[in-house]
Design a protein around this ligand. Sequence first.
Ligand SMILES: O=P(O)(O)OC[C@H]1O[C@@H](O)[C@H](O)[C@@H](O)[C@@H]1O
Length: 353
Amino acid sequence: MTKIYEYTQQPHFWIVHDEQGYWQVPARNNGWQDRSPFVGHAVNLREVADLGGIDLGLPAASAADSFTQELQALPGLTLSNAQGDSAFVTRQGAQVVSWKTADGRERMYLSASTGGMTRADDTIPAAAIRGGVPVCFPQFSDRGPMVKHGFVRSLPWQVATSPSAQSPAMATFVIEDDAQTHQIWPHAFHAEVGVVLDAGRLVITLTATNRGDVAFPFTAALHTYFRVDDIRQVELQGLQQVRYQDATAGCVEVVQQDASVKIAAELDRVYMSPPKKLLLLENGQPSLQIEQVGFEDTVVWNPGPVKAAALPDFPDQDWLHMICVEAACVITPVTLAPGQTWTGGQILSLPSR
Ligand SMILES: O=P(O)(O)OC[C@H]1O[C@@H](O)[C@H](O)[C@@H](O)[C@@H]1O
């Protein structure tokens, strides 16, 4: 039987801490009987009941003052674990802007000249934060009438679950529609970002719920910026024979021929229904495994030298030090009926795991 140390129920998922780490398990069919994409083994409801209901409780939901720390002047909070991994999530956009693995290596790219909502300048809408894991919702890129990549990446989020002494390695963040969002998008929604840090692994989930009485479609992405030493030594494996739209060429459709994606200039592609696990290599060595669930497409983006020079919040040379590999729903929008919930996630792990 799987030994479960603690578990807590969120509105749309469970957080489970067992022998193998922390897991975020979508709540379907009223329980965990479904083998979840987030667990490598079955966790079933009866086993949990047998444990006698260990409920350690959660700190009460708190507001902006949970974001007591700063990174590059961006208010946020830190997650950490006993193994020495840490992550920083900003109030603006519930954006993971730092993920340091226990070897001390920073895995997320964050522009030194990013804009964003500081504590002193709390005006909205703020510029998006350039780096980490921007949450694009309810529109991916400029494929619709809305502001590029939707509006939630520019808005302040609330903490639903703070990292605590008992559970320092997980947090959840929420945002809902209000008078301001109704001016941009008329729908009643609830969005939730879950961040779970485990030894050598980071799980980020996006959950969207329709809390209105009219169905709505959306597109979305976890627009992850990975930090790399030198993009010219980077390969992304797992996309051979996958069809993609090339956004640098009018979205013409092409089939990936090469075994790996390499970047020498601007690259902007939406891979359609690719395999769910990709491998990032640096200098020929596996560097990170990038897995996605729930999201149908994968976007790969690097601005290259010319576009980089034109981006005001991005140092000219930094295209050499990042690659975006994004879990995305682009080609086929997700439609949520009233009351319905959708969850997608990206699971990033060191390749030795
Ligand atoms: O500059 P933004 O709005 O953060 O977008 C960055 C890039 O995001 C990618 O997801 C898109 O495919 C690109 O076309 C876009 O340029």
